[in-house]
Design a protein around this ligand. Sequence first.
Ligand code: 13P
Ligand code: ZN
Length: 270
Amino acid sequence: MKDIMTAPFLVKTVRTITEMYRHGWDERNGGNVSLLLDEVEVKDYVDITKVLRTIPTGFEAPELDGRYFLVTSTGSYFRNVQYEPEKDLGLLRLADGGRTAELLWGYEDGGKFTSEFAAHILSHKSRLSVDPQNRVIMHSHPANLIAMTYVHGLDEREFTRTLWRMETECMIVFPDGVNVLPWMLCGTNEIGEATAEKMKTARLVVWAQHGIYGAGSDLDEAFGLIETADKAAEIYLKIAHLPVKQTLTDEDLRLIAGHFGGKVREGWLD
Ligand code: 13P
Ligand code: ZN
């Protein structure tokens, strides 16, 4: 077996989580990450016939039975993941129709997957149904986006249009827009199911007064989506109280999408 600490998927995940912390998105244990892996990627690093523990998930996901995921543990401090990945990360395989997670590596202090595991796995299922390349679900607590959910309406079309107008890059990066959930209790199957439903039409889902979920074909894409949306929210907060002299028009936004080949969310431009 090769040393899992050298596995590209582990190295990249640890680097990304460390960067999320540096961005101030993940105070204490805030945030969680899951990465879908193929058996060929993991079998040189762990004995896939040796299940260390089985952990009930509390939900079903038969479509993802037998699939492998690298997942942050509940309570893990993102600041520390780089120093103790074997404790703060776990390599899991779903079994029994998704009702069981088989631990193959990690969670060495006896911990388990994030309390938002339902939101992650059900969102993977949703994203894979519209994009077979999707591999990552990422949750964090970026301050600007959270602040925006206190002072901006939560209509997702209007929320998205405000973000799109905040810098040219937004339409290039997330032409599919941002979906928004009103505040709900976190760590439940209900918020997991609601998030997964929203993930069918956009790769970003804001949780009002809590944070955001991003999805992508790799860690960089999910990270970049959150980074761009939070930057736009920051610009919004800087100008929201000032008289606006000019802005990006719908015509400008259509021009950007046309030039960069983005498929704009149907009906979200006037
Ligand atoms: P976990 O520590 O269980 O991942 O929870 C953090 C969080 O952000 C909850 O929404
Ligand atoms: Zn959270």
